[in-house]
Each structure stands twice: as C-alpha cells, then as structure tokens.
Design a protein around this ligand. Structure first.
Ligand code: DX5
Ligand code: ZN
Length: 221
C-alpha cells in the first residue's frame, strides 16, 4: 500500500491548526514540509514552514517529511534538526560536487535522522546512483519545484521506473518518493511506476473530506 505524505504548502495560516488536526484524524502517514528559500526556487516559505512545523509538533506525533528546496543546505539542516523529523531531503542540484552531497548525507545521519536526496525533472536518475547505498530515500520531483497545484510531468514517471529497476537489480534497500501533481487522477500511474511514498498537496488540502480522500489514495494498488 502506498504511503501518503501530505504537503501542507497550500494550507492557509488562519486555518492551519484545524487542517493539521484534520490530517491527523485522516491518518496521513507524514506531513510534507516544503521549505523554500527564495534562492534555489523563487518562492520563500521559510517563516511559514517553521511556524507550521512548530504547530504540528505541538498537536501530532505523525512524522515530518522535510523537503529542503534551498541553496544553503547546512543552515536549513541545522534549523530543522530540532523538530526531530523522520527524514530531511535536500536537492542534488543545490550541491557543487559529490563531496558536498556526502557532507550533507553525513551531517543529517549524525543527527540520527534519515536522509533523502531529491532530483528535479530534468536531472537524470543515473546522476545519483552512486549515492543510493548511503541514503534512505530518493525524491523524484514530478513537477518543477517551487509551487503547489502544478500538473504532473508524465516523463518523470519513466525515471521512477528506471530507478525501481536499478534498485531491484542491485538489491538496494531504499524508498522512492514522488512529489508534485499527484491526486486521485494520477495516483494509479504513480503507484504503477513503483513509488513507495506519494506526496499529495492540493489533491488532499483542497478536498472536503480528508479521511475519505486519503483512504481512496491509499487504496490504489
Ligand atoms: C513543490 C513541492 C510539492 C508541492 C506538492 O515544489 O515540493 O511538495 O507542494 O503540491 P501538489 O500536490 O499540489 O502539486
Ligand atoms: Zn515537496
């Protein structure tokens, strides 16, 4: 059964506490925290995501799935470690070289937090094969990072299939997460491609009944 990580990017401030409670009652598997610095991507959500993470930690034990869309990876790891997230994911494209990728992998691991590595739609999945034995999850962006409510880019699912085949052939224990444009209409293709965790934002937040929506999304197989 696919796990659901609900992106809270489109939650409005005035309704955030109620929405986080509703998501807890609907048994989202994770809260997906989209941290944007206004440099790696145009939007800046750093204040809002810090506030939302604080609120969620006060009302729920459901794990945080932190997605850093930032240039200065080090300082955002330092900012999010105190929230004790389940996983911190950073972007391969934000690193100058492979030494830097390994530096952040080790920095997160040293805090006893799981590590994710994310790639944008135009980045080849082969580019990150060398890191797979050292990380817990690959986050395949199925939209250009930077905002919610975009349409899933179908070609990105070919990358999921290729990655799934590679990790199976090489006996690598790792989760595949997909992020962007996933909803009731697209979730079947996402699951069929081999995704373990689906990030869903507008496909949940904009619906009336979170319990019903998340149940339907999880039941796809
Ligand atoms: C985009 C974010 C995604 C996005 C998902 O940069 O990383 O997590 O918020 O939202 P939807 O599901 O609405 O595309
Ligand atoms: Zn995200």
């Amino acid at each position: 059964m696919v796990e659901i990580s609900t992106s809270i990017l489109s939650v409005k401030k005035e309704e955030s506490i109620k929405k986080f409670y509703d998501l807890e009652l609907a048994h989202t598997d994770y809260y997906h925290i989209d941290v944007m610095d206004g440099k790696f991507v145009e939007n800046n959500t750093e204040e809002m995501m810090n506030e939302y993470s604080t609120q969620i930690k006060q009302i729920s034990n459901i794990p945080l799935d932190v997605h850093l869309m930032v240039k200065d990876i080090k300082s955002y790891i330092e900012e999010y470690v105190p929230f004790l997230p389940n996983i911190i994911t950073f972007h391969y494209e934000a690193c100058e070289n492979k030494e830097e990728v390994f530096k952040y992998i080790n920095m997160i691991k040293n805090e006893r937090i799981k590590v994710g590595l994310s790639i944008k739609p135009d980045t080849k999945v082969e580019d990150i094969y060398e890191f797979l034995p050292f990380i817990h999850m690959v986050l395949i962006m199925t939209v250009e990072p930077g905002k919610g409510g975009q349409a899933l880019i179908p070609e990105t699912l070919e990358k999921v299939k290729k990655l799934k085949q590679y990790i199976n052939e090489n006996d690598i224990e790792i989760d595949i997460e997909a992020d962007g444009g996933i909803n009731k209409e697209t979730i079947k293709d996402v699951v069929d491609a081999g995704v373990d965790i689906a990030v869903v934002g507008n496909g949940i937040i904009k619906t009336e009944d979170y319990i019903k929506t998340i149940k339907e999304l999880k039941e796809i197989n």
